[in-house]
Design a protein. Structure first.
Length: 234
């Protein structure tokens, strides 16, 4: 019986600028595959049997590959863009409202405060993979659908509120992970569960993440996100 090889469940690959980048969520680190490693991994991604040799053995020893199917599967909602269909964002949903007379609900300030505190605790005390698992399992347990349970106007109002008042609790500049996690925690308080997208690009290497629902982008610009290749969907 031919032995089957799988990419380990904690490894997420992305092809960008002819490079293969791996995200190891256990180590919270990125790995650039060498030419030989890339060839082996691309064969596995394409469900083609890799050639035996030192490269294959090395990938197994590094726990990048596994022969145990159970170690390759995830049950917490984390997905690879190479194994599921990913639709790039087409619409920007976070814009400042021109309505200066709008009265904000005080409870929303409290919810944003709670989301910010929750995010701070998660970032400080949870390993990266555990943090992702918490978000994924919470989303899985929810029976709510963003588009069915929340109107487009309600979502835009919440995004506008978040963008206006998040500066009371943190500075979003150059902190895409904290900002995205805080937005996800905030929207979860309204039973809204969008996707969290992690992505990479080369020349030079940069990692980024953002929040979107279907093809609606919640906390970034299309011009910026369009330069990245998705590596992990949650």
């Amino acid at each position: 019986m031919t032995e089957e090889f799988h990419i380990a469940g904690h490894i997420f690959p992305a092809l960008t600028d002819q490079h293969l980048v791996l995200l190891d969520i256990h180590a919270d680190s990125y790995i650039l595959a060498g030419p030989d490693e890339k060839k082996v991994l691309e064969n596995i991604i394409k469900n083609t049997a890799p050639q035996p040799g030192k490269t294959l053995t090395g990938l197994l020893e590094q726990n990048i590959l596994t022969t145990d199917l159970d170690c390759a599967l995830r049950t917490d909602g984390l997905r690879s863009p190479l194994s599921v269909e990913y639709l790039p964002a087409q619409n920007e949903r976070m814009r400042y409202s021109l309505d200066q007379q709008r009265t904000e609900k005080p409870v929303n300030i409290l919810k944003l405060l709670w989301a910010s505190a929750q995010t701070l605790v998660m970032r400080r005390f949870l390993p990266f993979d555990k943090m992702l698992a918490v978000v994924g399992k919470r989303k899985q347990k929810s029976r709510h659908d963003t588009e069915e349970n929340s109107s487009s106007q309600e979502i835009e109002d919440l995004l506008d509120f978040f963008r206006r008042y998040r500066v009371l609790f943190y500075t979003p500049k150059d902190h895409c992970l904290f900002d995205s996690l805080c937005l996800i925690n905030f929207l979860a308080l309204f039973n809204i569960f969008p996707d969290w997208v992690f992505a990479v690009r080369m020349g030079p290497f940069e990692a980024h993440c953002w929040v979107q629902n279907k093809q609606d982008l919640y906390n970034d610009t299309l011009a910026h996100c369009g330069n990245f290749a998705p590596i992990l969907l949650l």
